[in-house]
Design a protein around this ligand. Structure first.
Ligand code: CDP
Length: 214
């Protein structure tokens, strides 16, 4: 399967880079973070305790989550805006740490790749756990200051509060037991702090062309 895995922390530029790599390579784009965000929204809507793995796992198993290039749908409703709220930022890494949730999402991600015959998939555990056989693995990162500034540029908000929220998610994502955020040993590590998006995309596409054509 032609899978390009792009993992990394919040604000590293994964979504923007992955979309452009998708356009350049003709591979479809999948944002796995949006899947976890949809489950977090369902948890919030049903007033379920995000810390309860069993109840949250049942929700993850029962809801319909469909991620398209420009829309995220929860039970058929477009929730693209709602899943980016600060409340969802506050609970998504809690619900994403539960194994029953991860099992349900990973199964859907693997099915999506089979149906689309490959893709550019961005997340936290794509190269390490979901698609260890990906032909290219990228770990995209940037300094905490740059990541906070970028997020404020996208969504607004107070820089200190945004930096604290990102740091909290970084901590939860990288210390959880099930598939923590970390670079796969085979990944190309790209620090986007002082580079343009075009430059980063060009580097990834060049790596892909090398491995794709042998
Ligand atoms: O866009 P941003 O980088 O802020 O986050 P995201 O990619 O939308 O992911 C939101 C959250 O979902 C992350 O902080 C992780 O807790 C979780 N996630 C995960 O656990 N595994 C993935 N493959 C993707 C996201």
């Amino acid at each position: 399967m032609r899978v390009i895995a792009i993992d990394g922390p919040a604000g590293a530029g994964k979504s923007t880079v992955a979309r452009q790599v998708s356009t350049a390579t003709g591979l479809r784009y999948l944002d796995t973070g949006a899947m976890y965000r949809c489950v977090a929204l369902a948890v919030q809507q049903s007033s379920t305790d995000p810390h309860d793995p069993e109840s949250v796992g049942r929700i993850a198993h029962d809801v319909s989550v469909v991620i398209e290039r420009d829309a995220a749908k929860l039970n058929g409703v477009d929730v693209s805006q709602e899943i980016r709220s600060s409340e969802i930022n506050g609970i998504v890494s809690i619900i994403a740490a539960h194994t029953p949730v991860r099992d349900a999402m990973r199964e859907q991600q693997r099915r999506w790749i089979r149906d689309h015959q490959g893709g550019v998939v961005e997340g936290r555990d794509i190269g390490t756990v979901v698609f260890p056989e990906a032909i290219l693995k990228v770990f995209l990162t940037a300094s905490p200051e740059v990541r906070a500034e970028r997020r404020v540029g996208q969504t607004g908000g107070d820089i200190q509060a945004v930096a604290a929220s990102i740091a909290e998610r970084d901590h939860l994502d990288s210390t959880r037991i099930d598939s923590p955020l970390k670079p796969s040993p085979e990944s190309v590590v790209v620090d986007s702090s002082n580079r343009t998006i075009d430059d980063v995309v060009a580097e990834i596409v060049a790596h892909f062309e090398k491995v794709d054509h042998g």
